[in-house]
Design a protein. Structure first.
Length: 118
């Protein structure tokens, strides 16, 4: 059976690459977790209780901002960082699509193996 390529899915996966790259670091994953759990936070609050410098936190937030995973707003003299739940939902949808594709591929393989057995 010929494989069909979905150009829309391919374009979405290319657009998701910066998102997954931003999530591909343990420090950034911890920031996502803290922002998910605690809501919007300043860099000072994100740095508190961690062994990561304020400058490193800022660098990680900028990478995440470029991937449109977080955004900042000014509150007085400090920036408050917000997680973009839409981008996380996009990542979840993309991973679900990959999971479906694997399930389909395994189903085709299973059918082929059973056909060869007969």
């Amino acid at each position: 059976m010929p494989r069909r390529h979905n150009s829309g899915a391919r374009a979405r996966s290319i657009g998701s690459a910066p998102l997954f790259a931003a999530l591909g670091d343990e420090h950034r994953l911890r920031l996502v977790s803290r922002l998910t759990t605690c809501g919007p936070m300043s860099i000072a609050r994100l740095t508190a209780g961690s062994n990561v410098t304020r400058q490193a936190i800022t660098k990680h937030l900028r990478v995440m901002e470029k991937a449109e995973l977080v955004r900042s707003t000014r509150r007085g003299r400090e920036s408050v960082w917000h997680l973009d739940q839409r981008r996380l939902a996009e990542a979840q949808r993309h991973l679900a699509q990959i999971s479906r594709q694997w399930d389909e591929a395994l189903g085709r393989l299973r059918a082929l193996v059973e056909e060869v057995r007969e």
